[in-house]
Design a protein around this ligand. Sequence first.
Ligand code: AHR
Length: 628
Amino acid sequence: MNRHGKNNRITAIAVLMILLLSLLPAGCRDGADQVAGGDKVKYLIGVSQANLIEPWRILMNEEIKDEAVNHKDLRLIFTDAVQSSNKQIKDVEELLAQGIDLLIISPNDSAALTPIVAEAYKKIPVIVLDRAVEGYDYTLYIGPDNVLIGRDAGKLVAELLQKQGGNVIEIQGLSGSPPVRDRSEGFREVVGSTGHINILDTIIADWQRDKAEDKLAELIPRYPRIDVIFAQNDYMALGAYRATRKLGRKDVKVVGIDGFAGPTGGLKLVEEGILEGTFTCPTGGREAVQYAIAILNHERGIPKKIILRSNKMTRETIPEYLQAREGRQGNVSRTGGRIVVGFSQVGAESGWRIANSESIKQAAKDEGIELLFVEADQRQEKQIETIRSFIEQKVDVIAFAPVVATGWEGILKEAKAAGIPVILSDRAVEGVDPSLYTTFIGGDFVEEGRRAARWLAAKTKGWPTVNIVELEGTIGSAPAIDRKKGFDEISKDHPAFKVLYSASGDFTEVQGKEAMQAALAIYGGDIQVVYAHNDDMALGAIQAIEEFGLKPGRDILVVSIDATRAAFKAMLEGKLNCAVECTPLLGPQLMQAVKWHMAGRQLPIRIITSEEVFPSELAAQEYSSRRY
Ligand code: AHR
């Protein structure tokens, strides 16, 4: 159907729905709702909300509506599943029947909603908000890092209790939902590590204020000393506060999560001294609409996951937060006029890296951003020196791909002290406070390792032995650590998998070949599989196997990560069996993040790129369109 025909259809549906809805009494409208963005409707977006009992979800819908107003050719249809997964499944079916172009869904229950989300994704793009579904059958996920929020809450509770420690009660949301599990995990990890905080009891209050108040009213008399109540949302925290005050327990401190503005929001509760603190849990509503438009306009470089940043809210931090929010009209370039970005690159160790450098340089050019680009020959000291020189040159933004995961705290603190934001590109860092960097943009290396192992498990099904040589990346680098971790995680369930030999090839072809020669010298024909952490090392291993007189891809299966053109060529030649994608084309997303920062937007804490798996059977059809 052409767009004109579609517009007519949408207008007819819209008129019909408005008529129907206006005939229904308010209580029977079942949460269906429409927002008109303008006269000419180009896109119809369905928004399936889990419930509208939680104020946080009402805010999510409001943010979606507010952002939609900026896009005049957009119509939204809202549904409310009233906390029922069965109802939400029906809602999605009805939205699909109405011909929506894209679905935004915040699932009531992750497992129950997974099949219908996968079904919808076969037909249209799907953005999943807040609660993830299982697997990867969706276009984009946007949500918070609930483990991190739980940890931050734990740190605040530890600060409140100081060295003497104390007794805590935890109030959880709806039993079995992922944010409940994750927030609790993060919280318990931190308070448990103090050794002097005792979790007295845990109650489940389904995210509801009144349930929290009633259940606590019964529980409190049992405990003569309660120091802090941690509630997994502000609404339940308010219920907790009421219960304590009704029972005359004025000394009990309360901490929550959500931190939104407005008369009933957590910010006000903190300002009024009802809560000691809360943590913002962004809804992602605005971002969902912005990305929906980008997806519907077929823009390139849409990420797979966007993890939003949470902010700590106490009476001390609120003024600074509000000031930053008000002042986010835009950051002024320190270098006068043009935006200057300093980028410290790992080096030029692989085909992937060369494509990554090109992507960054090209994107800077396209966006009119001045780029200071320095390679570090895989040396951390050189990266630290380079970053320090960027600080001295007072660039607007520093970006870097950390060669190894640890040892960055000092230089990141120097950048923070100089007021220069830092973006992590491609590789993440470990053991630093996330407030020391603005965002991370890159792949999910653990998942890449899992994907390689899953492919291998399917390929070797029924084999009595699967003898593996693992060629690891640079020792201590995030991709080497995580790709091993992901592979090992899946391997555990496959007793035939046995890593005979494992060595680092430093992500280079030459060292990959040397490591494989060493493995062949010891294990020779017993080797059945090579798992290489990147294509370059796999290509080196292929040469070693051939020189040893065996046929790579047939006598020894080879699976690697990156999926560069060179890997595709090897697959077409029958020498490589599978390439797991890790995209180096990060430049456009990096420069977009720079621009968003300069425009005053708070960036997500992590932007995870979209990646696929290419078994050799798919190589021929993909090769010609391969961009790196
Ligand atoms: O950090 C990404 C990794 O670094 C790539 O997989 C590898 O080829 C590169 O050198």
